[in-house]
Design a protein around this ligand. Sequence first.
Ligand code: HEM
Length: 366
Amino acid sequence: MTKYHKPTNKHVQAESYKVLLGRQNGKDIASLISTQDENQHGAMRRSIANAFTPTATLDYERWIDATIEELLEVVGRKTKTKTTTTTTGKFELSSMIVWYTMDAAGRFSFGAPLGCLAAEADVGGSVQVIRDRFIHWARWASMPRLERLVHRNPLLEPKSRSPSTIVAMASEKLKARMNSGSNKASVSSTKDDSDAHSYDPSPDLLQRFLEARKDFPRTLDEPGIIGLLMSTISGASDTTASTVTAALFYLLKSPEAMRKLESELMRADLPEIPAYNDVSKLSYLNAVIKESMRLFSPAPMPLERLVPAGGITIAGMYFPEGASVGCSEYYLRGSKSFSSSFRSIHQPQCSLTDRLQDVTTNTNVE
Ligand code: HEM
């Protein structure tokens, strides 16, 4: 991986990303992740850069804390009702985690949860919409031209599609703020939260995007803002949920790793909902998260890029301009040459504990 010599030109997304383009009224809609237009991508990134600085992201922590509080309430209710005759006290934690990440993403994106935890369901099929998009990407990425013929054929596709629940909610929130003349989330739009936790709304992404709009009016027009909110919610929810679920799964299978993590958490003496700045310092917890992501990747796609003018040399092999290069993550994780700490990755008998022992003594892992 160190033998990577690249020219200064940018590496734009390969053809495979075309299958990720949105579709509305017979037209392709580019998003932050799917656009192949480097100028458009640059403008989008610059326009929202201030919304994703380390300081700005800490501002969203209160939205996440509010959602953790709601998650604890729902889980507490489920486990406390164990002895009643109406429920067995059993529930599916992995679904609960996805509903949590969807609601958290809704809150820090436009100041309101999608309502999945409250309904204990995938409200409006939003989770499925996001999953279908990633499944579509994985299925068609290697056949972008055939995908165009089958899925973007003007003769076959419906004239109009009703907007998804997330798009409908994002549009409603955007219109409400534009009509009120305030960029901030209104207390009424987060009524449930403000009643329960009685705090002023924290800044959310929509507020940051509206503030940036005066400098980037063309990129951050109404469809542009809604597209960016959609990109963030799709990018943030299932990825985070799979990471948390994988970490819990591997911990349950590795009692020794669980014991060590518990001991680190007890020593840290954290409140029930700890601050990011406190948990980010916990080295064993961080190793557990990173190791779980290596064992089960939430984003296993090859993420191909086009080789720019002048070609490129990767690991001693020359690739000409225009070639599409990506990386098979499954191969990378099993590759002995990538890092000595990855050696035992495909050995089923290797538990998270073994891996963490290896990793925590390895300088490749912070
Ligand atoms: C474990 C959690 C996450 C994983 C594994 C993950 C993974 C990725 C990957 C691999 C990409 C690059 C895709 C590409 O270039 O083809 C990406 C892009 C992106 N992610 Fe995440 N992500 C995670 C969490 C988040 C969160 C929490 C947010 C938002 C708050 C987010 C927002 C985005 C956005 C907006 C992009 C597009 C960036 C661009 O095209 O410039 N992601 N993510």
